[in-house]
Design a protein around this ligand. Structure first.
Ligand code: S3P
Length: 180
């Protein structure tokens, strides 16, 4: 069946949003977008340099601009940066024509996955990244949970299993909407 609404992935850094999103888009046969990649393309430099040269607030401005554009470009799979749901305007845009699915992972899993690549400015400058992740999660997790349509736990799962769980959650959320 043709995908009737966009599929939006939210969640903390290193929960697999980009990899899983790309594979979901392939399954649904709709375009895939990644808000971080879009921002990098537009700015012509990696996110770490946007943070260091222009500051986090400029990154957030570019991120909101990207989300406003990408949520206006038909039915897509959209993976978002971990901080995107913290801005109400972003949430409004993401929910407008999208099923919002939260990819969830424990702080330990996030640290393990994030430390394989050193491209996260919010963790790079921390002496205690686990504490940094835990304190960011404390603030963000309630927001993530309150804005999403469904939650997929990713701890201990292979990407393929997460993809299957996300697609099931997507179709279930659409069924629920149709019944309302
Ligand atoms: C951020 C997460 C990153 C990226 C930026 C800020 C955050 O995206 O948008 O470094 O605030 O959590 P990922 O969630 O894709 O790592």
């Amino acid at each position: 069946m043709r995908a009737p609404a966009s599929l939006v992935l939210i969640g903390f850094m290193a929960t697999g949003k980009s990899t899983v999103g790309r594979r979901c888009a392939r399954e649904l046969r709709i375009p895939f977008w990644d808000s971080d990649a879009f921002v990098e393309q537009r700015a012509g430099k990696p996110i770490s340099r946007i943070f260091s040269e222009d500051g986090e607030s400029e990154f957030r401005r570019l991120e909101s601009e990207a989300i406003a554009g990408l949520t206006n470009s038909g039915t897509v799979v959209l993976s978002t940066g971990g901080g995107a749901p913290m801005a109400p305007a972003n949430v409004e845009a993401l929910k407008r024509n999208g099923v919002v699915i939260l990819l969830q992972a424990s702080a330990e899993t996030i640290l393990d996955r994030a430390s394989r690549r050193n491209n996260r400015p919010l963790l790079a400058d921390s002496d205690d990244p686990l504490e940094r992740i835990t304190s960011l999660l404390r603030v963000r997790d309630p927001v993530y949970r309150s804005v999403c349509d469904a939650i997929v736990e990713t701890d201990g799962l292979e990407h393929e299993q997460v993809v299957a769980a996300v697609l099931t959650a997507y179709w279930n959320a659409l069924d629920d909407r149709n019944r309302e």
